[in-house]
Ligand binder design. Structure first.
Ligand SMILES: Nc1nc2c(c(=O)[nH]1)N[C@H]1C(S)=C(S)[C@@H](COP(=O)(O)O)O[C@H]1N2
Ligand SMILES: [Mo]
Length: 491
């Protein structure tokens, strides 16, 4: 524990990417099978990262205890165990994107401190013949040593985390940066787009409430002064652009609903924001993609990748390199300084945060992060709808009851929403005004509720006339289908 604590402290001070706990956690994220990740997200939602860090730390405590017991019984097995754990941590750090030998220092330090403490403490315990049946004062001295080093370790680790959290929170560059005005303002949001019903998800999701899904245990901290984006691969002319150049381009505003492929029926891994950014199609036009190219593999600073169909990035939609989110610079967790936003595709194939490269290539040549892990290569968003009001399992009074929610089919748009009570007929809901085809649309319906237990069910129809399917399918491999229903008791 003291070893790990020392490591977290040095990591915070000298090599933020070298934190052994986070590096091992990241290794687990990259290597864990898809079903395990789905289970963890299903059980803990967006708290998945906290759970993972806790598990890795717990694993370290168990390992420390095992090392102590083994070292006492049969030296040097305990030290060998510590060395193996240290080697795993070093491997974990070095297998990350953008790490150097220096970043492995905290892990090496953890190993050395742990091994020394282990040797000293076991020697103490040995001083009395009989060991485990050591005299009371000796045992007390040992316990004090063990307790003190574990305590110091926890303190140092916590201190290390506080320091790096502080650095993150006070990211000076982001605080200093003011967003340029939009050269092309977004379509105005009609007054009638928001129903303002209690319990209904707000039309625009505040940044602080926006769902967050990524593989980054530690949020990448990119200095916008050194950020560049390159357009590489199958292009006539490779391009490099820095942050100042990007901000000087005519930026466009657009409101787009972003959804995660892991969003279950009725789930909340979806949010709607007004973004400010530069059209990717204009940047690609400058690079001039070669005939035969059909995919853009975007890469983030921490090595994550997404494969987006080239045609989606060159058609008329608002696929942008975003720098602003709801009037603010992108929050660190949502991709500061620059991310992609593409209407109509799930995030895993399009919404690369902390983006640094667009590699023009082919689907038969490259695979992206999630497509090597059981998800399909192309991920158009599926027509879907959700009931927000009344909330699940609430009791309502008989008589007129407002039922409301959201429906979405980004880039296509929503034409209708219907609600069913138990197995009755489908009733047309009233649609709120649309912002555009790229955003979710609110709806409501007044239910003449009769006493008893009922099930409310919703389905949407898209602008092309497609009716949402009732066939239930899991989120793997390309997004859930099925209708959202909720139980309601009418008193
Ligand atoms: N660099 C990076 N970008 C990423 C991801 C990631 O893991 N790393 N996850 C993607 C996924 S799966 C989704 S759904 C969206 C979520 O974006 P948000 O966290 O801003 O809501 O980001 C996408 N961009
Ligand atoms: Mo996602």
């Amino acid at each position: 524990m003291a070893g790990l604590g020392a490591a977290e402290l040095t990591a915070a001070l000298l090599a933020p990417v070298g934190s052994p706990i986070f590096a091992v956690g990241a290794l687990v994220i990259d290597r864990a099978p898809a079903w395990l990740k789905e289970l963890v997200i299903a059980l803990f939602g967006t708290a998945d990262k906290v759970v993972l860090v806790f598990c890795v730390a717990l694993g370290a405590v168990v390992l420390a205890a095992a090392a102590g017991a083994l070292e006492f019984r049969r030296a040097p097995i305990g030290r060998v165990l510590v060395a193996l754990a240290g080697a795993l941590a070093v491997f974990a750090v070095l297998s990350r994107e953008n790490t150097a030998a220096f970043d492995a220092m905290p892990a090496v330090l953890a190993m050395v401190v742990s091994a020394v403490l282990l040797t000293v403490m076991v020697a103490q315990l040995r001083r009395t013949p009989g060991g485990a049946e050591a005299s009371a004062p000796d045992r007390r001295r040992f316990l004090v040593w063990a307790g003190a080093s574990a305590g110091l370790g926890v303190l140092a680790a916590a201190g290390g985390q506080l320091i790096s959290a502080g650095i993150r929170a006070t990211d000076a560059a982001r605080a200093r940066f003011t967003l340029p005005a939009a050269a092309v303002p977004g379509a105005p949001i009609p007054d009638g787009a928001a129903l303002d019903l209690p319990g209904l998800t707000p039309l625009i999701t505040p940044n602080a409430d926006f769902y967050r899904i990524d593989t980054a245990l530690q949020v990448p901290r990119i200095d916008p002064g050194t950020w560049t984006l390159t357009v590489t691969g199958m292009v006539e002319r490779e391009i490099e652009i820095d942050f100042a150049e990007l901000l000087a381009l005519p930026l466009e505003e657009s409101t787009t609903t972003l959804a995660c492929v892991s969003n279950a029926v009725g789930g909340d891994l979806i949010g709607n924001a007004t973004w400010l950014g530069y059209p990717i199609r204009l940047l690609l036009a400058r690079a001039r993609p070669l005939a035969g190219a059909d995919m853009v593999l975007s890469r983030s600073e921490d090595g994550w990748t997404a494969g987006t169909p080239l045609e989606v990035l060159t058609d008329d939609r608002n696929a942008i390199l975003a720098v602003g989110m709801n009037g603010e610079p992108l929050p660190l967790e949502h991709g500061y300084p620059v991310r992609m936003v593409v209407p109509g595709l799930y995030g895993y194939v399009s919404a690369t945060k902390w983006v640094v490269e667009l590699n023009v290539t082919r689907f038969d040549r490259e695979t992206a992060y999630w497509t090597t892990r059981g998800w399909t290569a192309r991920g158009p968003v599926k027509l879907s709808s959700r009931i927000d009001v009344p909330s699940r399992n609430t009791d309502v009074a008989a008589g007129p009851v407002i039922v409301a929610g959201v429906a979405w089919s980004q880039y296509v748009g929503i034409r209708g929403v219907q609600v069913q009570v138990d197995d009755g007929a489908w009733n047309d809901a009233t649609l709120a005004d649309a912002i555009s085809a790229d955003t979710w649309r609110q709806w409501s319906w007044v239910w003449p509720a009769s006493a008893g237990r009922h099930t409310l069910r919703v389905r949407a129809t898209d602008a092309a006339g497609l009716v949402q399917t009732s066939v239930r399918r899991d989120v793997i491999p390309d997004g859930a289908t099925g209708l959202h229903d909720i139980p309601v008791t009418v008193a």
